[in-house]
Design a protein around this ligand. Sequence first.
Ligand SMILES: [Fe+2]
Length: 244
Amino acid sequence: MHKDFENFCRRFQGLTGRNEDGSVSFTKGIPMVKELISSDLWFRDFIKEALSERSWLKQQPPSLWPNELTLYRSPDRSFLVLAYILEPFSMDTIHDHGSWGIIASFINGTKEIKYRRHDDGTVAGYAELEETIAKVVKQGEVTCVLPLNGGIHQMGNTSEKISVTINVYGRAVRRGYLQFFHRERKTVKRVYSPRTCKEVLMVRTMGAMGSGEDILRGALVNSLPDYVKEEYETALTVSKRRAP
Ligand SMILES: [Fe+2]
């Protein structure tokens, strides 16, 4: 690990490690991130090492974003550092986050649109969003997000050059999934990591086919995460409705 990146991780640990809940003061955290991105030497080293060591790719944790690189996970899980490589003229889907985040435009600039959610979230699959801020985050600048409804946004690259962001995220207050929003359709859906996604899709299919109630019910006694159990429960309800 390059010494600049190592120093950053050690200093940032000093911020998050002091608070039991892993929260961080943006006032203290942002200058550290800005200092890290003031040079790209550490990132060049990182990519060179990753590309020359074939096992690196296999060790990357599964992610629902294919353009995400995990650069560092703090041992106490109080923060992690990711890089996102944004291809030219690409915008991601409107989404929320499970934790706070500091997002820095590292190589070239990015575009960010922030949203406010107006409904109370009690109607499954429904969400009403209002666009609040649309801005360019120039190279060297940062933007921040809060967990859940406090950080609904969309980021992208509106230029013809590749962009890279460095994202520092804190301890998750919600694990296992993000939410993707469609503003015009006023919809919201959970998005899981690839492995969980396969399980959830099969569970939903079983529910839609009105079959496999024994399997769906049986899974509920296993030690599954709450968000997966919810999928089994919903599928069971759908399946009972559909069953002859
Ligand atoms: Fe985001």
